[in-house]
Ligand binder design. Structure first.
Ligand SMILES: C[C@H](N)C(=O)N[C@@H](CCCCN)C(=O)O
Length: 482
């Protein structure tokens, strides 16, 4: 069979989009669990007595194992050596285990009164569960990225990445809109003593939205099994029957190939610029989402039950726009410019959010929509640019290193914001401790931090564009090969 007439399964549009559809289910479930707690922040404070710092600690757990135990980097190395089938199944299984631990911690009221390692025992176990889950969802993220490159190289790759991210954002959207109604729907009546009197109190079920996440994640795990058979067929369709079998590597060869990959990647300036842009950009959006519902209550005067609605518009816009911008990048190029425009929007939105004026809900709606445009622009160009800078056999490792650097921000920034929020609002902390009426948080300082990240991202975007001009990565060129 000659090279010219051999057909790969990826040449079939139905097969590549079918594969994409299946892996997107797994990521949808993962993104739902990632943000499910953010609209519940006020409830976690009123029902379980969490503070903003406690919430920040829990949220930062996302990066604990990925960052400090280098789990993500191991994930990337495993992906490049063991392949997408093994790594995808492993990571979706880890997601289920982590979510189950988190569910157990949140639904177990006996944990509320104790402390472990100086933190609330419930927060401790919920954080451990979240940290384990995060290993899974992050490794699944790099696996899915590599899978898309495998199926879509030379085709509509940025559009496909955009579509996958759009489905994942549906998960984020659901996580912002559904938890409070779900928790209220499953609320139960308790008898409590207040001012010496027995009264009946309705308590929302904070664990119900997490139970729902667990069900979604199990479906995502099963979906990955289905993908595995497609992946096998793809490989078979691309295997040359006349090719010699690849000789297995000795342990020494394996280690030296891992170190050589790492050396090449970290010696690449383009890689560093993308990674730094990535951490700055994502740290100004994803941690913001964790506080967005609370911002709506405290700055824009929305009720707890409606506060998640405005932030849920953020992923809504990205559903349509990420694939559209991805399609533009595929056909017209201008990847670096697209990323810079996205970073400018970030700076603009967070600066306006930080101003102690214009506290009207419709201003929050407009700003959230613009932030959604930024969250479509940057990722639609950033991820499809990585294969232009790094060769395919090192992509798993490169994506994992980028995610690893990004996770420092995803871990550190929420913690910083929670800390800054408590420090800038001592009256709230005092009122909580005294059990008196809790005043509103002033979000000026946290929002200025987010704006600062946006400003830095613009600067790095320009450096990346310059580096592209020097090295000729082709970031400004279309992805579709005519
Ligand atoms: C949080 C995660 N590490 C991340 O960066 N997710 C990106 C998507 C990356 C891979 C796309 N195929 C996101 O924008 O959600």
């Amino acid at each position: 069979m000659t090279e010219a007439i051999r057909q790969s399964l990826r040449d079939s549009k139905a097969a590549r989009w079918g594969a994409l559809g299946i892996i997107s289910i797994t990521m949808f479930a993962g993104y739902y669990l990632t943000d499910v707690m953010s609209p519940l922040k006020p409830m976690l404070e009123s029902e379980f007595g969490w503070s903003s710092t406690t919430y920040g600690i829990f949220t930062s757990a996302y990066g604990w194992f990925n960052v400090f135990l280098l789990m993500l980097i191991f994930g990337g190395i495993i992906l490049d050596r063991m392949g997408a089938r093994f790594t995808g199944l492993m990571s979706s299984g880890i997601m289920v285990v982590g979510a189950a631990i988190k569910f157990w911690a949140i639904s177990n009221p006996t944990l509320i009164t104790d402390t472990t390692f100086g933190i609330h025992t419930q927060v401790f176990y919920a954080s451990i569960g979240f940290a384990i889950f995060a290993i899974g969802v992050e490794i699944a993220g790099i696996t899915v990225s590599k899978i898309i490159v495998k199926w879509f190289k030379g085709y509509e790759m940025a559009f496909a990445m955009g579509m996958q991210m759009a489905v994942a954002r549906l998960g984020t959207m659901l996580a912002l809109a559904a938890p409070v109604p779900l928790a209220m729907y499953f609320s139960s009546v308790h008898t409590v003593v207040e001012n010496g009197q027995l009264i009946e109190k309705m308590s929302p079920s904070i664990s119900a939205p997490i139970a729902f996440a667990l069900v979604l994640l199990v479906i995502g795990f099963i979906a990955f099994f289905i993908y595995m058979s497609m992946d096998k067929k793809l490989e078979l369709s691309e295997t040359d029957p006349n090719a010699e079998a690849v000789k297995p590597m000795s342990m020494n060869e394996l280690w030296s190939s891992i170190f050589s990959d790492l050396r090449q990647i970290i010696g690449n300036k383009g890689f560093w610029l993308i990674a730094i842009l990535c951490v700055l950009f994502y740290s100004s959006v994803f941690p913001f989402i964790k506080y967005a519902a609370d911002l709506m209550v405290n700055k824009y005067g929305l009720s707890q039950s409606t506060a998640g609605m405005i932030p849920s518009l953020l992923p809504l816009g990205t559903l349509f726009l990420t694939p559209i911008f991805g399609g533009i990048y595929d056909k017209k190029g201008k990847g670096a410019t697209i990323m810079i425009i996205g970073a400018v929007l970030i700076l603009l939105v967070h600066t306006i959010f930080s101003l102690p004026i214009l506290n009207y809900w419709y201003v929050a709606v407009v700003l959230t929509i613009v932030l959604g445009i930024a969250l479509s622009l940057v990722p639609s160009a950033m991820w499809p640019s990585v294969p232009k800078i790094i060769p395919e056999n090192q992509l798993g490792t490169a994506f994992s290193l980028i995610f690893w650097i990004q996770n420092w921000g995803l871990m550190g920034v929420p913690l910083l914001i929670g800390y800054v929020l408590d420090k800038s609002n001592p009256e709230v902390v005092i009122a909580k401790a005294a059990g008196t009426e809790i005043p509103l948080y002033d979000y000026t300082n946290p929002m200025m931090i987010f704006a600062g990240l946006g400003a830095l991202a613009i600067f790095v975007g320009f450096l990346l564009k310059r580096e592209d001009r020097i090295k000729g990565y082709g970031l400004q060129l279309p992805n579709i090969q005519k």
